[in-house]
Design a protein around this ligand. Structure first.
Ligand SMILES: [Zn+2]
Length: 78
């Protein structure tokens, strides 16, 4: 006896994990898609964030790191 609304077995689409290159299930059941796991997703996001954050910091000369107010040094000398 078969019911007409029998759910068709869905074949999960598999993709390569952008981080480790392993098999990753590209489906709703995988919240980390297209990554294979939360770990790979976090690593990728972490690398991206650190790169974007590191660039402006590296390009900034150390002289710019002094007190942005400038009031402290001027009033102290006064
Ligand atoms: Zn992976």
């Amino acid at each position: 006896m078969t019911t007409p609304d029998t759910p068709v077995p869905v074949k999960p689409k598999r993709v390569s994990c952008p981080n480790c290159g392993g098999d990753s299930i590209y489906a709703i059941s995988n919240p980390f898609r297209p990554f294979c796991s939360q770990r790979c997703k976090n690593i990728d996001l972490g690398a991206w964030a650190s790169e974007s954050f590191r660039m402006p910091v590296n390009s900034m000369p150390e002289d710019q790191l002094t007190d942005p107010d400038g009031e402290f040094s001027s009033s102290a000398n006064h």
